[in-house]
Design a protein around this ligand. Sequence first.
Ligand code: ADP
Ligand code: MG
Length: 286
Amino acid sequence: ATPTALMVGTGRGAKMGILIKDGEVLERANDIDTVVFDKTGTITVGQPKVTDIIGENQQVLMVAARLEAGSEHPLALAILDEAERQNFAVTSVENFEALSGKGVQALVDGQRAFVGNERLLTDFEVTDDLKRKMAQLQDEAKTVVLVGLQQKIIGLIAIQDTPKETSETAMSLLKDRGLRTVMLTGDNEHVARAIANEVGIDEVIANVLPAEKADQIKALQVDHTVAFVGDGINDAPALTTADVGIAMGAGTDIAIDAGGIVLVKNDLRDVNTALALSEKTFNRIK
Ligand code: ADP
Ligand code: MG
C-alpha cells in the first residue's frame, strides 16, 4: 500500500477508536490467521465476585481476606469485596509474598497461610471430597482458590467472572472471517473451557504461568500468524511477541504501551473491525 493509503487506514481507525501504532502493524494485521485472547478482563468483565465458600465460612473468608489485602489481583479484590460486604475487620499479616500465577502466602497470626491454586500445594494433601467439589464448581465456570492454614486446607472459595456482553459476537465475527480463536489463561482448564464454550472459542490453553504466555505465542507462531489480545501487566510480553498485539483500552498502561493496536472503546468486536480495516487498506491498493 502507498504511504497515503496507510495514513488513510490508520486515520480511519483512529476515528473509530482503534489506535494503530504504525503502517507496519496495519499491514501485518492482514496476514493474521489465529487470534489468541487473554481471559480475565479481556473476554470477561474482569470484576469477579465470590459465589461459594466451602469450609468454615467465617474463618476461610477471614484468612483469605487478610492474605489478599496485599494483592491487586482481580481474585484478591473479589475476596476483599466479600469480606467488606460481611463487615469483616481485615487485620494485617506478616511476611506477605505474591507468587505470580499461583496465589499469595504470608504469616497469619504467626501461622503459615496461603490462598491460591494447586501449584501452591507442594506439602498439602487435597482429599477426594475436596477435589470433587472443586471440579464441580470449576465446571460452573467458577475459579476456585484453596485456602490453607498450618499445613491444612481449611476451605475453598469459588469466584465467578462473567463474559462481556460483546464477547460472543466478537468471536462469531472472527470465525466468519475464517480465523482460529484461542483462549490463553493462567486459570484452570475446566473454568477456561466453560467460559470458552459460553462465548464460542474453540481452543483453550490453560494453566499458563504469566511468564510462559509469550512462549505459548511463539509456539503458535511456528506455523501461524498470530494476534494476541490482552489487558494486563502479565500480558505485555505476549503482546510484544505476537505478530500483532492488541491491547484493551481499559487495560493497564503497560499493556497499552506493549500493544501495536489499542481498542479505545474497550469493545472486543473491534478486533474484527481492525482486521477488516487492514484488509480493506491492503487489498484495495497494492
Ligand atoms: P489470568 O490468566 O486469568 O489473568 P493469572 O495468571 O493472573 O490469571 O492467575 C492464574 C491463577 O493463579 C488464578 O486463576 C489463581 O488460581 C492463581 N492466583 C494468582 N494470583 C492470585 C491471588 N492473588 N489470589 C488467589 N489466587 C491467585
Ligand atoms: Mg487479563
